[in-house]
Design a binder for this molecule. Structure first.
Ligand SMILES: [Zn+2]
Ligand SMILES: [Zn+2]
Length: 344
């Protein structure tokens, strides 16, 4: 089968022929319906010189961690799935620690490797995942549902962290309306009555945000903090979801957050934030996230089944995966690009 594989660090991956994998003990073989591509794939290929210690990635490895498909077979010891069943692949947990016991498998310190993050990923015709990472999706189309696993789930998890603050009359600010940010705008509009402000450098991203229901769309420049203050009657916002995580975006967030507000930094833009007295208003919080829980992905599948979220997708065949990554590198993808094995 064809697979888009990273052979060396700091080198773009290549489409090569490899054998179809087999599901080992505790694993499920998934026939890939689609794989969404992500800024973190670019960080892995373009920026990293070795695996970060918490991920344990060894090369060569097939890229792709945003996978929808069909169960194609189960390894020894796995039951409860039917061949042909549409499914997503999410993060796995050890199942035994306190984080897992609370349902926070995404923060489990002993996570098993999953496709695209340690195991061979979904930019291929087939992939293999731990059985506890498989989430059935009922009647959703696998390629359309694939971005729910990362772009959708990371956004949903971040939204849930600020949701208790977003009462009617409140305001949420979404910084960066790309793959994750455009999901956050839809999820916020589906779950709460607060106003949603969107900030981005790209006009196309802002027009996407506006079409998805954002109440105001603001270009990113030196006047953005003042524009956010104007849009909120001078009060600032209860919640910020920063999908960029650069120095400038974290600083914008700190300038517009209200007392007791919450800034959630999801983007891995290597921003720094100098903490000092009054760097934030009293009671305000700043936190980071990693993905979302398996239960949260189930919530998100239900939202998609109900038609409450309709991700903006661009479909590419696997033979054009390099073109899709090149467009992502140049910031030319509105919403999310999903790579589909040729002929599926
Ligand atoms: Zn990702
Ligand atoms: Zn655990």
């Amino acid at each position: 089968m064809k697979a888009y594989r990273m052979l060396q660090w700091k080198t773009p991956a290549r489409l090569v022929d490899v054998p179809v994998p087999e599901a080992g003990p505790g694993q499920v073989l998934v026939k890939v319906g689609g794989n969404g591509i992500c800024q973190s794939d670019l960080h892995m290929m373009d920026d990293w010189e070795a695996s970060p210690p918490h991920l344990d990635i060894r090369l060569p490895m097939t890229v792709g961690h945003e996978i929808g498909g069909w169960v194609e077979g189960c390894g020894p010891g796995v039951s409860g799935f039917e061949n042909g069943q549409p499914c997503l692949v999410t993060l796995s947990g050890c199942g035994h620690c306190r984080y897992c016991a609370q349902g926070w498998n995404n923060y489990c310190p002993h996570k098993k490797p999953v496709p695209g993050i340690g195991l061979d990923g979904g930019l291929a015709e087939y992939t293999v995942a731990p059985a506890d990472a498989i989430v059935p999706i009922g009647g959703l189309e696998p390629w359309r549902a694939a971005p729910l696993t990362d772009a959708g789930l990371s956004a949903y998890h971040a939204v849930r962290r600020v949701l208790p603050l977003l009462e009617p009359g409140g305001t949420a600010l979404v910084i960066g309306v790309g793959g994750l940010g455009h999901m956050a705008v839809m999820i916020l509009k589906a779950l709460c009555a607060a106003r949603v402000l969107a900030v981005d450098q790209s006009r196309e991203a802002l027009s996407l945000a506006s079409g998805l229901g954002a109440d105001a769309c603001l270009p990113s420049d030196e006047s953005t903090a003042a524009a956010v203050r104007d849009a909120t009657g001078g009060k600032g916002v209860e919640g910020v979801l920063d999908f960029v995580g650069a120095g400038a975006t974290v600083s914008l967030a700190a300038r517009v957050i209200r007392p007791l507000g919450h800034i959630v930094v999801v983007g891995r833009g290597h921003g720094s934030f100098a903490f000092q007295d009054r760097a934030l208003p009293y009671g305000a919080m700043l936190s980071t996230t990693f993905g979302g829980s398996k239960l949260e992905l189930m919530h998100l599948v239900s939202l998609a089944e109900a038609g409450a979220i309709r991700p903006h997708l661009n479909r590419y065949p696997l033979s054009e995966v390099e073109t899709a990554f090149e467009r992502l590198r140049k910031g030319q993808i509105a919403g999310r690009a999903v790579i589909v094995p040729d002929g599926r």
